[in-house]
Design a protein around this ligand. Structure first.
Ligand code: DC
Length: 220
């Protein structure tokens, strides 16, 4: 049986960076579950599906073909033979992704894909419902958080560095808080700290310190 380290938390808490490093140190594959919701959102927008209409999104959910391949220490997602890259990281996708992620058919589809990935080996899976719904019995579960200001500052820096957008810190914070609200109040698998998950507040911690905390809490 493959082992799973599950990490949940709001946007910009540092889940991706931490998961990537922990995965590399332990030889576990990094799994970015948010990217799957972003791909579903991207494909809805490409095909003209109204993301504010849950029934239209649900009807479309099974038609998106996503191929998952373990490559270079992570699971990569191919859509029509191509990697989506930064096309799924734009402010437009940010604005629609939370709505798409409320739709049960979308969540069921993504959850099935994630559970199927255990066939490839040990995993570090990050998202919003990994510790509560996708892998609630994982032997290591973490809730990574940080202040809204710290999270917005990190996301803004990332957007500028990658050349994705050049929004003000205030605009990034507003979009992030709007998504947090939808993600944590939705009916199906809302973001919340799971009972028994280890909470890490990264506001005042360096990336290395968070990684050390995660590694130091493992008992396998
Ligand atoms: O982590 P992210 O910003 O890439 O996530 C994109 C969207 O998908 C965000 O609105 C939260 C949602 N999501 C989710 O509902 N469940 C997950 N396990 C991961 C992400």
């Amino acid at each position: 049986m493959s082992k799973v380290i599950a990490i949940d938390g709001p946007s910009g808490a540092g889940k991706s960076s931490v998961s990537r490093i922990v995965g590399k140190k332990l030889g576990f594959l990094h799994v970015d579950s948010g990217a799957l919701y972003r791909i579903m959102t991207w494909q809805c927008l490409e095909e003209g599906v109204d993301t504010s209409d849950p029934e239209a999104v649900a009807a479309f959910a099974d038609r998106v073909r996503i191929e998952c391949r373990p490559e270079d220490g992570e699971i990569r997602y191919y859509v029509k033979g191509e990697l989506p890259g930064d096309r799924i990281r734009t402010p437009r996708i940010n604005a629609h992704a939370s709505a798409v992620a409320t739709v049960k058919a979308v969540r069921d589809r993504v959850t099935a894909l994630l559970r199927g990935m255990t066939q490839y080996g040990d995993l570090v899976v990050e998202g919003r419902d990994i510790t509560t719904a996708v892998f609630p019995d994982a032997p290591a579960r973490f809730y990574l958080t940080a202040s809204a200001e710290a999270r917005a500052a990190r996301r803004q820096k990332e957007e500028v560095e990658k050349g994705i957008a050049n929004q003000s810190a205030e605009a990034v914070k507003a979009s992030l808080l709007a998504r947090d609200k939808i993600d944590s109040t939705r009916k199906h698998a809302p973001l919340k700290k799971a009972d028994g998950a280890i909470e890490i507040d990264s506001t005042e911690l360096t990336l290395d310190q968070v990684v050390e905390t995660v590694l130091g809490s493992l008992n396998f």
